[in-house]
Design a protein around this ligand. Structure first.
Ligand SMILES: *Cc1c(COP(=O)(O)O)cnc(C)c1O
Ligand code: SF4
Length: 315
């Protein structure tokens, strides 16, 4: 996909924002990247737009703190072999792609050495490990973003997973359905999904109601016709979605598009993301307020990932 807006400086000019109102870092360590569709969801001329905040590299990224580290969730320690991360019982995560369509400034994987892991040459060994472990029932494709794979690669990988008898569920974690929905409608893969014996789950990563568009609604309808279970996880982000209104609107709009809220994550303390942090106390207050205003099925679980814990830990 060729993007018309190639740098954060161009982005600001495109949105009618001059450098007196907002500053960006020209060449951040984690490069600027955003697909055109996502940019069209940003309100021009508003330096506080919640989508803009997620993609614009700002000087605050240079702030360091001892507890904001390069591997906050222990991913470097838990991969038994390249491309596999096995932390939790019954399910294993396969790093399927080194790339994302978007670079989220709060990303906990911004320092992860993807290139070394997400190479397709590691897949055969990874699949052998999964096939040899009867305790596994679910494979989770993550990344990077698995939807950034070519359709042929995604299809082949899915079919190989289906061949492993003890795997019942294939789960895909992806931000592509909201940030670049036209890229996530992979027709051949969806035809395979309809015929597959596997339970298919897509966990969408959407943080704000404004990210949901007519295009994402259409895509989710296609997914549901293929019997895919649709869930969402968000990260609680300061000045993006840390208000009752924003979280309420997100849950309602997700549901209107056929997606149920699953997790609301406390930020992983990754170096460069300190300006997105919301305190545990504020997070708990917001979550309580959400409980008081939404039906139970629209309240996401508020969790934090703690390295070494056997599950995502409720706050
Ligand atoms: C988050 C995560 C999972 C999935 O956890 P669920 O609670 O099942 O959503 C699985 N493996 C790894 C390595 C993870 O980080
Ligand atoms: S899509 Fe996910 S993995 Fe990719 S940059 Fe954003 S937060 Fe990180």
């Amino acid at each position: 996909m060729s993007d018309s807006v190639r740098s954060s400086a161009e982005l600001l000019a495109h949105l009618g924002l001059n450098t007196h109102r907002i500053t960006s870092i020209r060449q951040p360590a984690f490069a600027y990247k955003a697909p055109q569709h996502f940019i069209t969801r940003i309100t021009p001329n508003n330096p506080h737009d919640p989508l803009l905040k997620q993609i614009l590299p700002v000087p605050d990224e240079l702030i360091t703190a001892p507890d904001f580290v390069s591997d906050p969730v222990g991913d470097f320690q838990n991969n038994p072999q390249p491309s596999l991360i096995h932390k939790y019982h019954g399910r294993v995560l396969l790093i399927a792609s080194p790339k994302c369509d978007i670079h989220c400034r709060y990303c906990f994987r911004r320092h992860f050495p993807y290139e070394a892991h997400a190479n397709q040459r590691h897949w055969q060994a990874a699949l052998q490990t999964i096939a040899a472990d009867n305790s596994l029932h679910e494979v989770i494709l993550s990344g990077g973003d698995p939807m950034s794979l070519s359709e042929a690669a995604l299809l082949k990988l899915s079919q190989q997973i289906e061949e492993i008898d003890h795997i019942r569920t294939l789960r895909i974690h992806s931000r592509t359905p909201v940030v670049a929905p036209q890229q996530a409608a992979q027709t051949q893969w969806l035809e395979w999904v309809k015929r597959s014996r596997l339970n298919l789950v897509i966990v969408v990563h959407c943080n704000h109601a404004n990210e949901l568009s007519p295009e994402s609604a259409h895509l989710f309808q296609i997914y549901r016709q293929a019997n895919i279970t649709l869930l969402n996880q968000s990260v609680l982000l300061k000045a993006v979605n840390d208000s009752l209104e924003a979280l309420n609107a997100l849950s309602h709009k997700l549901f209107a598009q056929g997606v149920l809220p699953y997790y609301l994550h406390q930020l992983d303390k990754v170096q460069g993301a300190i300006h997105f942090e919301v305190s545990n106390q504020e997070a708990l207050q917001l979550h309580q307020a959400l409980r008081a205003s939404l039906p139970g099925y629209l309240v996401p679980k508020l969790v934090r990932e703690i390295a070494g814990e056997p599950y995502k830990t409720p706050l």
